[in-house]
Design a binder for this molecule. Sequence first.
Ligand SMILES: Nc1ncnc2c1ncn2[C@@H]1O[C@H](COP(=O)(O)OP(=O)(O)OP(=O)(O)O)[C@@H](O)[C@H]1O
Ligand SMILES: O=P(O)(O)OC[C@H]1O[C@H](OP(=O)(O)OP(=O)(O)O)[C@H](O)[C@@H]1O
Ligand SMILES: [Mg+2]
Length: 283
Amino acid sequence: MKTLKIAIQKSGRLNEKSVELLKNCGLNFENYKSSLISPVSNFPLEILFLRDDDIPEYVQDGIADLGIVGENVIEETEVSVSYLQKLGFGKCSLKIAITNNSDITDLKHLEGRAIATTYPVILGKFLQKQNIHSDIRTISGSVEISPGLGLSDAICDLVSTGGTLKSNGLKPFADVMTSEAVLIGSKGSENNDLVQELMQRIQSVLRAKETKYVVLNVLKDNLTAVLALLPGVKSPSVLPLAEEGWVAVHTVIPERDFWDRISQLKQAGAQGIVVMPIEKIIL
Ligand SMILES: Nc1ncnc2c1ncn2[C@@H]1O[C@H](COP(=O)(O)OP(=O)(O)OP(=O)(O)O)[C@@H](O)[C@H]1O
Ligand SMILES: O=P(O)(O)OC[C@H]1O[C@H](OP(=O)(O)OP(=O)(O)O)[C@H](O)[C@@H]1O
Ligand SMILES: [Mg+2]
């Protein structure tokens, strides 16, 4: 069977999480900073370490079968690839930001104004939809300093905490798009058996990340109330305890409403609650 190639970012915001995800999928490979290509010893796969901007085109052209990259980069490069899976990391928004003392209060005020960005394609489409004609100034980085230097009236750049905007005297003004890291594939790659195997592994790791394994003890009299609060993969397991009248309940709980569930369980009579991380959930 043909060896697959997956392109991930060589260094930068997505590198560490991409490597961690692949390792959690049980793939063995070396992650030397100097190597640009790394074979996986226990799966027919090679990992290419690239600048993130190049990943969509490598995948579109079939040089890499798969890639991990931000949605923002895919939109900007306007490639034709298959979106296979959102990966839940690298979450950020592309925003238009203005200076704290700006006279711009409405999108229409951007008409004729200069906006600096590394995302001219996405910004251009956004403005076109609003029928606004701005002077888009494409620069390759450090976008946030351009209003202070007099290069632009506004910027359009990625924001997550907002710290970079704040420290440059800027404030968010309009949301252009939200983004996160996604697994992409060359068109048709989703039909490849190896791609499907890898996607199943990735999905089992992502599912596990979203959930916790919980074991708790409860008096049989309170069991119905506790079970009513629990989802489980199929349903919770209930096991007798050595002490008469008590049972142990094993289940999985979604990470997102974890603390609410735990306090509800305690109120319903759950005791000795043990919470454990889950490595993989294979359905
Ligand atoms: N502040 C942020 N918070 C979360 N995710 C972000 C943030 N900034 C960028 N990202 C996401 O991470 C991706 C990579 O960001 P990074 O800053 O490492 O890119 P880069 O400097 O263009 O890297 P490269 O050297 O590979 O070209 C972005 O395209 C975006 O999807
Ligand atoms: O809202 P914040 O949490 O402050 O993040 C926003 C910053 O993060 C990104 O740059 P990054 O730090 O990745 O550096 P880069 O410009 O060198 O890619 C982005 O281009 C912003 O400058
Ligand atoms: Mg880049």
